[in-house]
Write a protein that binds this ligand. Structure first.
Ligand SMILES: Nc1ncnc2c1ncn2[C@@H]1O[C@H](COP(=O)(O)OP(=O)(O)OP(=O)(O)O)[C@@H](O)[C@H]1O
Ligand SMILES: [Mg+2]
Length: 413
């Protein structure tokens, strides 16, 4: 029996005792990415995919697969000569995870698989997304599969440390989503096989690390790629400002490749000839045509991570005709991402409004990679007081809880 946390950016595996396996060359976090090199038949996953893709830009690099689960529009993608459904694509990834699990002497016969509290607010879409994930797990050759929502899993990991019963707000801030759950935890509740009765309220919002990265892109890097520049649409015509939809596509790594479509390509050619800020358009051209978006986002993410401990950092990126040396202060980052903190606060208030009056939240357990963002922590310190905040390893509490939940889940059936 094992637990698997299939995350938007990181996947992890733990045993029933809560031990986290080192499934990626000694590392506990297996990056949720695939790479199909152009000139070889193999498929790479995790750190191997990242390393190879960084040496060799040719080929297809696939990330954030999880975010497509609720999307009805993503059905198939062309990879080499094959057309793969999303389920098949995720199965390719999960099979790689399964192979790593077997190498550690465990099996995928009985798996508790995490899922967000909400794939969608529409119950039909939510069920559709979960069914797709189940299909992927089956295609990957997993045996029995049970689902557990990620914040409950994180709660179970935290519960293992509790000496007395508490009402806890568990908040998991990942790469794609933030999930919140208010739950009764503690020694008296621990042994129950079904914990759904202990959940007092829960909710989620699409605020996560990916959007914090996009905020840096928009605030600090847009001008490097021609936002606000002007060009001549035709000889003798009036100058026009670069359409905002072009830079909007830079906000999501997945959409950046759409700029390579014919229509925008022609626009870029036009701007290359007549822009008032030619170097910026050249940078935009190279970013999308040479497929440098992933590397740029890695640099942005690294700068964001540094800003969690420093109040100022420099983002350096030199590739082709792109030359960025941008100082970013934490204050600037916080201004750029203030709307995300507002969204988190609104979601938190909404969840708390469903907690019966008179019930006090004893503690707040913050987890997930984005819980390191200082403004996220500050939001909860302001609402609950620093003394009520608790933390553990932000990257492994969900998977630890999934593992710990396995014996109860499989005994109950
Ligand atoms: N020190 C840090 N400061 C700020 N953000 C961080 C830090 N470390 C990691 N992150 C961010 O945390 C995110 C990854 O966290 P995590 O592994 O919890 O997400 P996930 O489980 O893959 O996603 P999800 O739960 O949404 O499916 C990334 O967006 C990453 O940039
Ligand atoms: Mg997660």
């Amino acid at each position: 029996m094992i637990g698997i946390d299939f995350g938007t950016s990181n996947t992890a595996v733990a045993t029933a005792s809560g031990e986290v396996l080192r499934i990626d060359h000694g590392d506990a976090l297996f990056r949720t990415v695939l790479f199909y090199p152009e000139d070889s038949p193999e498929t790479l996953a995790g750190s191997e995919a990242i390393e190879r893709y960084q040496d060799d830009n040719a080929g297809r690099f696939i990330q954030s697969m999880k975010t497509w689960l609720p999307s009805q529009s993503f059905t198939r993608t062309q990879l080499r000569e094959r057309t793969l459904s999303l389920e098949e694509l995720i199965a390719v990834f999960l099979r790689k995870v399964g192979e790593a699990v077997k190498q550690q002497g465990h099996t995928t016969e009985a798996v508790v698989l995490g899922r967000p509290a909400r794939f969608s607010t529409d119950p039909k879409v939510d069920a559709f997304a979960e069914a797709r994930l189940l299909k992927a797990a089956q295609l990957a050759g997993f045996g029995a599969v049970r689902f557990l929502i990620e914040p409950i899993a994180a709660a179970l990991a935290y519960e293992a440390s509790l000496k007395r019963d508490e009402v806890v707000l568990v908040a998991d801030f990942g790469a794609g989503t933030s999930d919140l759950t208010v739950m009764r935890l503690g020694p008296r509740h621990r042994a129950q096989p079904d914990r759904s009765g202990d959940v007092i309220a829960s909710g989620g919002v699409y605020v996560g690390g990916d959007r914090f990265d996009a905020a840096i892109m928009k605030q600090k890097l847009f001008p490097h790629f021609g936002a606000g520049s002007t060009y001549l649409p035709a000889l003798g015509a009036k100058r026009m400002t670069m359409p905002t939809y072009v830079s909007s596509r830079l906000l999501s790594w997945n959409e950046m490749s759409l700029i390579r479509e014919k229509k925008t390509r022609e626009l870029i050619d036009l701007m290359l000839r007549s822009s008032d800020r030619k170097p910026a358009i050249e940078a935009l051209h190279d970013l999308v045509m040479y497929n440098l978006g992933f590397r740029l986002y890695r640099a942005i993410e690294a700068a964001k991570v540094r800003l969690s401990t420093s109040t100022k950092t420099t983002l350096d990126f030199e590739e082709e005709r792109i030359s960025i040396h941008e100082t970013i202060t934490r204050a600037e980052f916080e201004t750029a991402s203030a709307h995300l903190i507002d969204e988190l606060e609104a979601c938190t208030d909404e969840v708390l409004s469903r907690v019966p009056a008179g019930l006090r939240v004893d503690s707040v357990f913050l987890t997930g990679g984005s819980s390191h963002v200082p403004a996220v922590r500050r939001l909860f310190a302001r609402k609950f007081g620093e003394e009520r905040l608790r933390t553990a390893d932000a990257f492994t509490s969900v998977v630890e809880g999934l593992g710990r939940a396995a014996p109860m889940n499989f005994a109950a059936s």
